[in-house]
Design a protein around this ligand. Structure first.
Ligand code: DQA
Length: 148
């Protein structure tokens, strides 16, 4: 059954609710996780919700996902704009990948306009707040059922 997905969150996303509320809203990381778990359960998906501030740990998570998961939803946060290592790891994952950003990175500082992963992922969602995670879960379920 194609229903195991991993949600990978990059640096500082553990501080949601506390950091830059004008960009990321007031939702806490724990509440976001809870919302994602509820939605996934409703859709019959089995999800693991992870976060790391460490680039190499994210690379390891992506590598391990090849065996353990059917899809990846990733908010690589600041590493989106800098990490060739995360891009290379994602390139090896031959199943659906959805890139997500809470804020609209194209409306922000110029250094955020470049994503090193957008051209290798299946699709992306940005600027829709934390709801973007829920939309990503819905899209991932369709991708896994080949309904999109
Ligand atoms: C972010 C956007 C990134 O530019 C930033 O470094 C983040 C969060 C977002 O979700 O909007 O940490 O990925």
């Amino acid at each position: 059954m194609n229903n195991k997905i991993i949600i990978i969150n990059g640096p500082n996303l553990n501080l949601l609710g506390e950091r830059e509320q004008s960009q990321y809203g007031t939702i806490t990381f724990d509440k976001l996780k809870e919302n994602c778990l509820i939605k996934s359960k409703e859709l019959g998906l089995n999800i693991e919700f992870t976060q790391s501030n460490v680039e190499g740990e994210i690379v390891n998570l992506i590598q391990d996902s090849r065996k353990n998961f059917d899809g990846i939803i990733i908010n690589a946060a600041a590493f989106t704009h800098t990490s060739v290592a995360i891009r290379d790891a994602l390139s090896v994952f031959k199943k659906p990948i959805i890139e997500i950003h809470i804020s609209n990175i194209y409306k922000r500082e110029e250094f955020r306009h470049k994503s090193l992963i957008s051209d290798i992922v299946t699709g992306g969602i940005f600027g829709l707040g934390s709801d973007g995670y829920i939309l990503a879960i819905i899209s991932m379920q369709k991708l896994l059922k080949n309904e999109n």
